[in-house]
Ligand binder design. Structure first.
Ligand code: NIG
Ligand code: FE
Length: 393
């Protein structure tokens, strides 16, 4: 693995106050060398040591690679018709999940794999270097395991989401489905996953049902994440605090008391404004969470129903425009926040010794990510110290 020197960086964001100014550890006129997959050196551009390969950032900004800590990348089928219907006034009620379950069950593994890899390649081009991937579109013991195995080919951050919806064959026997989840499905899926997740919402699973599944998953050694309070105040925020979840995701409906609880228990709130944009729902109250001292992450929630979005820059633009986050808060949430949601300290930061996952932007400052919504700004994306994507290649 060769070394790479990046010179002429107009604005370097390290997310490490020891490596630069302010909470985001900023430096101007900077240089950086990556070797053996990690950041080996950073300092003034003119002092940058030689390396095997040189990249001139052209006074552009360099940021840590995005950590997209909430995605549903493994699925088959298309639900563009639902999007159009929602824009014409229909509400999202979670019902479409079962359409994707039908299509996914019928899809050969190779085509699921191909489609997920192509979505990941899109993400990479926008600057995502770490991604979490969930199952949840099969809802049978063997089928959920199949989706986890596909996910494991893409990332280490694999999440079992058997509690995504009650499948049609269990419609009249939901207690039996919860027992299947907590017993045989968990036993088959736990060895293939790092995390367990459940959809705790009025249209999905109750607090009691999620508690049963997630406590069993925790006892089996999985870390916990919760889809909570997307469509109503389901009690999922309190449940995630009770279970010591790493992250509670959506939080569209969250009380001040709930926010205080998350801060106290160190549960990250992962906000997914692209899902709110694509379902035309109200947005989460990011200011309430940030002001309560909660660590906030931003993620795409990429899925065929509520957010067929692969771009973290779009999520940042929405967070600034719609959640009243500052450009710096949004950038931090999309990088270090995502790392915190995955309990990772090797990614989301760019100081010496951290993983060399970074994006060179064709823009003078990272604030252009919010300022220029929809414009692809990456010029180079480095993943573990290697060029994973570059413009024109
Ligand atoms: O995170 N809320 C549950 N799951 C997805 C949507 C799934 C779907 O509609 O296919 C979400 O928004
Ligand atoms: Fe989701």
């Amino acid at each position: 693995m060769g070394s790479i020197a990046i010179r002429n960086i107009g604005e370097l964001t390290t997310n490490d106050p020891r490596s630069g100014d302010g909470p985001l550890g900023r430096r101007s006129d900077a240089g950086l060398v990556v070797a053996d997959g990690i950041v080996a050196w950073l300092g003034a551009s003119r002092d940058t040591p030689a390396a095997d390969v040189a990249i001139d950032a052209g006074e552009g900004a360099v940021i840590p690679g995005f950590v997209d800590s909430h995605t549903h990348l493994v699925f088959a089928g298309d639900r563009a018709d639902e999007y159009a219907a929602r824009m014409a006034g229909e509400d999202y009620d979670g019902g479409g999940i079962l359409r994707t379950v039908d299509a996914t069950r019928a899809a050969p593994t190779a085509s699921l794999d191909r489609a997920a890899r192509s979505r990941l390649a899109e993400m990479r081009s926008f600057g995502t270097t770490t991604v979490e991937v969930k199952s949840g579109y099969d809802l049978t013991v063997e089928g959920e395991r199949r989706l986890l195995d596909v996910a494991a080919g893409l990332t280490d951050e694999v999440t079992w989401l058997g509690a995504h919806a009650v499948p049609p064959e269990f419609a009249a026997r939901r207690d039996e489905y919860v027992a299947l989840l907590s017993g045989p499905m968990l036993a088959r899926c736990a060895p293939a996953a790092r995390w367990a997740d459940a959809f705790c919402d009025p249209v999905a699973f109750s607090v009691e049902e999620c508690r049963a599944v997630l406590s069993a998953a925790k006892a089996a050694g999985l870390g916990i994440r919760v889809h909570a309070n997307q469509l109503g105040d389901s009690g999922g925020v309190e449940l995630s605090a009770e279970l010591g979840a790493a992250s509670v995701d959506h939080c569209t409906y969250c009380t001040a008391k709930g926010a205080a609880l998350l801060a106290e228990r160190g549960v990250v709130a992962t906000l997914v404004p692209a899902a709110e944009f694509c379902t035309r729902s109200r947005y989460a109250d990011a200011r309430q969470l940030l002001d309560a001292g909660v660590v906030v992450a931003l993620a795409t929630d990429c899925n065929p129903g509520t957010s067929f979005v692969t771009s973290m820059p779009l999520v940042i633009a929405l967070a600034v425009r719609e959640l009243a986050m500052t450009p710096d808060e949004a950038l931090y949430a999309a990088t270090a926040g995502g790392a915190a949601a995955l309990r990772r300290d090797d990614v989301g930061r760019l100081s010496v010794g951290h993983r060399a996952d970074l994006v060179v932007l064709d823009a003078p400052t990272a604030s252009h990510l919010a300022y220029r919504p929809g414009t692809p700004l990456s010029s180079h994306v480095l993943c573990r110290g290697e060029v994973a994507w570059s413009r024109g290649s």
